[in-house]
Design a protein around this ligand. Structure first.
Ligand SMILES: C[S@@+](CC[C@H](N)C(=O)[O-])C[C@H]1O[C@@H](n2cnc3c(N)ncnc32)[C@H](O)[C@@H]1O
Length: 295
């Protein structure tokens, strides 16, 4: 790919880091098979609203991690494929599908390779991606172009993400990181953290378990913080049409700062007396055509 900033070697390091972190994350989540057997869903109302009615649609869930949201999408009647680079996450997802008796396909791959190969095989009604996915993508334009290439006419990308403005602040809400990074990698020597333990019942609502304690990741990780303008521009340049862009003053489940205020529905707000900032955003873009969107 001429002039592509794609950093596959960094994605591979991220795979190792995610393998370790995923073990720690799932160690806190109790019996997830039982949760699904009892009718549970891990989706939040914000993404359910943007997805609309997905019954009978073909959906690919990119960067699906251990498959909890993928199985929840299947439960809404979609035919779902989950894709993730982490071996640990995809192995866990296969087992969780078995334990919960929910049908879904899971494939382990770098999202860029998977999208390239899928373009020659099948098209999808919906591409879904959420909560901590975009920051692992080294080439945003290639990602957007490849998503456009696997969508049916009238198909949609639904993205629900943590806001890049939230990533500018340290845990004490001091302004520590730049907003504009121009695609430069941000390397964390301590790798993907056990943010599930840090968020406690925010991210393990069913039955938080102590699980793995004092997790230390032996593999470093590399993130790519993209601004909202860069994300929307990449999607528009791929020929997709923007139909929804929403920002939210809270984050679902995740507690990025000290002393966050939890409101019903696991909505985490900045501490009292802190002016609000956007903590999540949702985007829907559509490929050509016109379909009924049942919000
Ligand atoms: C924060 S998690 C996303 C969690 C997701 N919202 C869910 O449903 O649980 C980020 C995921 O991106 C995956 N990932 C990172 N880089 C990737 C890549 N290049 N290709 C595919 N998956 C990748 C990681 O393995 C990890 O599972």
């Amino acid at each position: 790919m001429a002039n592509s900033p794609l950093r596959k070697e960094l994605h591979e390091e991220n795979r190792l880091s995610w393998n370790e972190a995923t073990k720690a994350h799932n160690s806190h989540k109790g019996n997830q098979g039982k949760f699904f057997l009892e009718g549970g869903s891990t989706l939040f109302p914000e993404e359910v609203e943007l997805l609309g009615d997905i019954n009978g649609l073909s959906v690919v869930h990119l960067q699906c991690n251990a498959g909890q949201d993928t199985l929840s999408l299947a439960r809404l009647g979609a035919n779902v494929t989950g894709v993730d680079i982490s071996d640990e996450a995809i192995n866990f997802a296969h087992k969780l599908a078995q334990d919960s008796g929910i049908d879904a396909v899971f494939e382990r791959a770098d999202v860029f390779d998977w999208l390239e190969q899928a373009a020659n095989k099948s098209k999808y009604d919906i591409v879904f991606s959420s909560y901590g996915a975009i920051c692992w993508l080294s080439d945003l334009n290639l990602w957007a172009t490849r998503i456009a290439s696997i969508l049916n006419e009238g198909g949609r990308l639904v993205l629900m993400e943590f806001h890049p403005v939230a990533m500018m602040f340290d845990i004490d809400l001091s302004h520590k990181f730049p907003y504009f990074r121009n695609g430069e990698a941000l390397t964390w020597d301590d790798g993907v953290s056990d943010y599930v333990a840090e968020s406690n019942t925010g991210l393990a609502p069913d039955n938080y378990q102590a699980g793995i304690q004092n997790f230390s990741n032996p593999y470093r990780s590399h993130e790519f913080q993209w601004g909202i303008g860069e994300i929307i521009t990449a999607l528009l340049q791929a020929g997709l049409i923007l139909i929804t862009f929403k920002e939210y003053p809270y984050s679902n489940g995740w507690k990025p700062f000290d002393n966050m205020k939890e409101e019903p529905g696991r909505r985490m707000f900045p501490p009292d007396n802190t002016p609000n900032i956007p903590l999540m955003y949702g985007i829907v873009v559509i490929k050509n055509g016109c379909i009924d969107i049942n919000f």
